[in-house]
Design a binder for this molecule. Structure first.
Ligand code: OFO
Length: 170
């Protein structure tokens, strides 16, 4: 049985993961509306990934006898100045999420909750990838935005397909 403080903190993170999904879904809508269907596809795959992150927390809390409690999701926003601004915000958002995950890890260590600390390790590693991906794309876009290469980059990003990590052998 987990300490209630840990359960509450994870429930808060479930909300953050769902908010992430909501933000990326809003970004996908903006990209679609701005004739960047490949980037919209990339963002929709990211939505799936965030839902997976939320559900992984859900399963862990339930498995440890805790109660998952959901709360309202904040406004995801709807307007961005450019595709570069979209991915820049995604990168900054991922840095914020990394801070949350580190906070959860700090709490697990403080509570000597080894099972939760071990579980959180997956998210610590995952955040390295989340930050690297969004940062790299933001940089690529800022190099080509406004040029013909933007079309190629959009097409390239449209090839992304979400594969649940478990199915990928993790
Ligand atoms: Fe769930 O990692 Fe992004 O937000």
């Amino acid at each position: 049985m987990m300490d209630q403080r840990m359960v509450d903190a994870i429930n808060k993170q479930i909300n953050a993961e769902l908010w992430s999904a909501y933000i990326y879904y809003a970004m996908a809508a903006w990209l679609e509306d701005n004739d960047l269907p490949g980037m919209a596809t990339w963002m929709k795959a990211q939505v799936q990934e965030e839902l997976f992150h939320a559900d992984k927390f859900f399963g862990f809390v339930a498995e440890r006898g805790g109660r998952v409690v959901l709360s309202p999701i904040d406004d995801p926003g709807k307007d961005w100045d450019s595709a570069a601004a979209v991915f820049k915000q995604a990168y900054e958002h991922e840095q914020w999420v990394t801070g949350n995950i580190n906070g959860l890890m700090d709490l697990a260590i403080e509570l000597k909750d080894h099972a939760t600390a071990s579980f959180l390790r997956w998210y610590v590693d995952e955040q390295v990838e989340e930050e690297a991906n969004t940062s790299a794309i933001a940089q690529q876009i800022s190099m080509v935005e406004g040029s013909a290469s933007m079309f190629m980059l959009d097409r390239e990003l449209g090839a992304r397909v979400f594969t649940p990590p478990a199915a990928a052998g993790e």
